[in-house]
Write a new protein. Structure first.
Length: 422
């Protein structure tokens, strides 16, 4: 039995938009990515935004333990002003770190708006390759070339066509499979912040990682100071000092392990900044063995990351969009047909998958199946047919292939068994 395809994956904000009386919508309510929006589209997160609460807990809980069990001794041992200053600096570092986390996670990382339709084939020489298997569509019309060449700083590079967003990705842009968006200067998708790291939030991401490293080292150092003061006060060894302040021991161990992780990440991204690379490019292209077209020297690379103006977002998520019910329903139907969760309705260039059938072919197949099924249910098919009639009822191999692709092969086999049993 044919089953209706599941609807396309929408964000929580998008689901509330499907209403009979919907006429005015915000852009974020019909956004086709997997993002989650808050405060009416003012904050945008990735689909794994819940992980940010784990990250906040890993930062805040050690600070609370330090303030509750370690700082009291430091305030008494040192001059009161100096002891209070130690705690105040720690709190300021924590607040600063959390603000950077929010700026990294809750803003547009550089998402490129999708095209409503594929681009026209250009006549500037960027034609498709003759040996490309998808160079001709099923109806003989040329399809979109998978790549085209552009020049960056005198170096020819290839940019890929994104089937999902229906656009040629700008240089250094990549499609995030988690957020389902093309992101400018895509670095990686960070599960700790629940957001893609791209052109508009990479600066804040690096500042967040480096400030977390500083926060860990700060707690680590003053926990050791506390242990040393205990040893001097009670004239005991290190083990006795840890027993008198077990929280200091736990924080020393925790911050030591955490500092290795975030500290190593900070050093790695410093290397990427100095050489003007992204994490994606470093792991995929390995610019060490060939010329990096984006490297403009260490000083200019640092200036580009930290002192250049952050580009304005290309998306106005709070913009009002007027849609009537019929148009919105048609859009949802098209989204179900073209959803990446369903069998592909277009040629997947990057993965090399063959082209699936178009929506019109699917409807034609479905109508043929229903016609045959209707005849069987009504009993109009004769029990004994001659050879010529049997040919009319045989389903062609092409239909079998297409049905198998759409998961309806079992329905064909069941109907054939019923027909042959008659």
């Amino acid at each position: 039995m044919y089953r209706t395809p599941l609807p396309a994956q929408l964000s929580d904000s998008n689901r509330c938009a499907v209403d009979i009386n919907v006429t005015n919508l915000r852009a974020y309510q019909v956004w086709k990515g997997n993002n989650r929006f808050c405060l009416g589209g003012r904050l945008i997160f990735g689909p794994d935004v819940r992980s940010i609460f784990l990250t906040i807990s890993l930062i805040v809980i050690p600070v609370i333990l330090f303030c509750a069990f370690v700082s009291q001794r430091l305030v008494h041992v040192f001059d009161h002003h100096l002891g209070n200053l130690i705690v105040a600096i720690l709190i300021l570092l924590t607040v600063y770190d959390l603000i950077l986390l929010l700026l990294t996670s809750g803003r547009d990382p550089g998402m490129i708006p999708r095209n409503p339709h594929p681009p026209e084939l250009e006549e500037d020489g960027s034609t498709m390759s003759a040996d490309w298997p998808g160079c001709q569509s099923r109806v003989g019309v040329p399809s979109i070339p998978p790549t085209k060449d552009i020049v960056v700083n005198g170096v020819i590079i290839k940019v890929k066509y994104c089937q999902t967003c229906m656009l040629y990705r700008p240089p250094r842009c990549s499609h995030c499979s988690i957020c389902n968006n093309c992101v400018e200067r895509f670095d990686h998708h960070c599960p700790w912040v629940g957001q893609c790291i791209g052109k508009r939030n990479y600066r804040f991401f690096f500042m967040f990682v480096s400030s977390t490293t500083i926060l860990c080292l700060y707690v680590f150092a003053f926990c050791w100071v506390n242990i040393k003061k205990i040893m001097d006060q009670y004239h005991c060894n290190l083990w006795i000092a840890f027993l008198k302040s077990p929280v200091s021991g736990l924080l020393i161990l925790y911050t030591f392990l955490t500092a290795w992780f975030v500290g190593g990440l900070t050093v790695f991204h410093l290397y990427l900044i100095f050489t003007n690379q992204t994490t994606y490019e470093n792991f995929r292209y390995r610019y060490d063995s060939k010329m990096n077209p984006y490297n403009r020297g260490c000083v200019r690379n640092i200036f580009e990351i930290f002192f250049s103006k952050i580009p304005k977002s290309k998306n106005n998520f709070r913009a009002k969009i007027k849609l009537d019910t019929s148009f919105f329903a048609a859009s949802m139907s098209l989204a179900r047909t073209m959803s990446p969760e369903m069998p592909k309705a277009s040629f997947d260039i990057e993965m090399g998958k063959r082209q699936a059938v178009a929506a019109e072919d699917f409807e034609e197949i479905h109508s043929q199946i229903e016609n045959v099924g209707g005849l069987e249910r009504c009993g109009t098919q004769p029990r004994h047919t001659n050879q010529g009639d049997k040919i009319n009822w045989e389903i062609s191999p092409d239909i079998h292939m297409l049905a198998n692709e759409f998961g309806m092969e079992d329905s064909f086999k069941a109907r054939e068994k019923v027909r042959r049993g008659q």
